[in-house]
Design a protein around this ligand. Structure first.
Ligand SMILES: [Zn+2]
Length: 397
């Protein structure tokens, strides 16, 4: 059994409410953290730190749980930089460009898809993301969805079947038939490689009846539910997700009072239980020049909020959680503490995980050492590479 001591931590974000200086981040000062066999084994005052096989000096910097990015699309081919440039020149985003990536993904070799997924996973890890959800959804045939999920499974255990991303062109005039394919042969082939099922419930993608059919079939196949909901306009996605006990409804940009009430009704004040998390993806609003979701309204209503990147080649080609934290603070009414919590513990809740997004004995030894004395700097110094070291599964990268 090998041990590693992270010594001389100036500020430790534990996300254990009620510990140390209190607040949702459970801040502790002047502590050390011992790792044994990939898990946190001990946290205590620096002066009491036990001996260890290896020691790394944090130099009084801030240490926080590794980011939990609970929404990403990493299995695809090609990019859509030209589409982005056209949007910045005034063309609106409709989601129609997804079909461009579907065509490129179908034409790509396994090795091409694999190389992109691994490159982006490594890019995210360097920026402090130690847990990452990865969706299929650019194959949209039985074979292409299965290979997308197999490749996703090489970079994460949090894999999501998103056969219902859009109706592919060859089914454009018979969407019912495509839903039948997704619920039948595609789900049957994909489920062994997926932990979650997701659907893009939006005008132009899948309506409430189709989304309900797909999510219900996915649940029956043993998958947990997540929903792309209320991104481009008001719609039924959020309430459908709540009704089906979704772990997360994602985007939540256009909500009415009933949507907010439904989400708040799933949360318990102590944060336990199975709340449906509202996962906000400000990279998408940034990259489509759209109004940001109102995080303040959700937080004030008691909704559990997560922040994630939505990393994808069309509407949010960033793998940087710190960038999303900065956007959430500047544009969405979140405090730095709320945004850091949402990007760590919030993401873990959105994946129904209690072993990540938190630093306490028994948790996974996934953490980042900042080049900064406080978590505040993640929003205070936007665009600056503040991730000095990353510890993933107890291994120092
Ligand atoms: Zn997405």
């Amino acid at each position: 059994m090998s041990s590693l001591l992270v010594d001389d931590i100036g500020e430790l974000v534990t996300n254990v409410a009620g510990s140390g200086a209190g607040g949702p981040l459970g801040l502790r000062r002047d502590v050390a953290l011992l790792v044994e066999d990939g898990r946190v084994a001990w946290i205590g005052p620096t002066r009491d730190a036990p001996a260890a096989d290896r020691r790394i000096d944090a130099g009084r910097a801030a240490v926080l749980p590794g980011f939990v990015d609970s929404h990403a699309h990493l299995v695809f081919a090609g990019d859509r930089a030209t589409e982005f440039a056209a949007r910045m020149a005034g063309r609106p985003y409709t989601g129609g460009g997804i079909r461009t990536t579907v065509a490129a993904t179908r034409a790509a070799t396994d090795d091409d898809l694999r190389a992109t997924a691994h490159r982006l996973r490594a890019e995210a890890l360097r920026q402090g993301t130690t847990t990452m959800e990865v969706k299929s959804g650019y194959g949209l045939t039985v074979a292409d969805e299965v290979r997308s999920l197999r490749i996703a499974g090489e970079v994460t255990r949090e894999t999501t079947f998103l056969g219902a991303h859009v109706v592919p062109a060859e089914y454009a005039d018979r969407p019912d038939d495509y839903v039948g394919l997704v619920c039948g042969p595609m789900l049957h082939a994909a489920a062994p490689y997926a932990r979650w099922v997701d659907v893009f419930c939006e005008r132009g993608a899948f309506d409430a009846d189709h989304a309900r059919a797909i999510l219900t079939c996915g649940q029956a196949a043993g998958l947990g539910v997540r929903v792309h909901a209320n991104q481009l306009g008001p719609g039924p996605g959020v309430r459908l997700g709540v009704e089906l006990g979704a772990a997360s409804v994602d985007h939540c940009t256009h909500l009415d009072d009933a949507d907010v009430d439904a989400l708040a009704g799933t949360a318990r004040p102590d944060g336990t239980g199975t709340a449906t998390v509202a996962t906000l993806l400000p990279g998408a609003e940034f990259s489509t020049r759209s109004p940001y979701p109102d995080a303040r309204r959700l937080l004030d209503a008691g909704v559990t909020v997560a922040l994630a990147t939505d990393c994808n080649p069309g509407s949010s080609y960033t793998s940087s959680v710190p960038f999303c934290v900065a956007l959430a603070v500047r544009e969405m009414g979140m405090t730095p503490a709320e945004a850091v919590w949402a990007a760590t513990a919030g993401g873990a809740r959105a994946l129904r995980r209690d072993d990540v997004g938190v630093l306490r004995p028994g948790a996974r030894a996934d953490l980042v050492i900042l080049d900064a004395p406080s978590h505040l700097h993640l929003a205070y110094r936007p665009g600056v590479p503040l991730i000095r070291r990353v510890l993933h599964d107890g291994v120092l990268l």
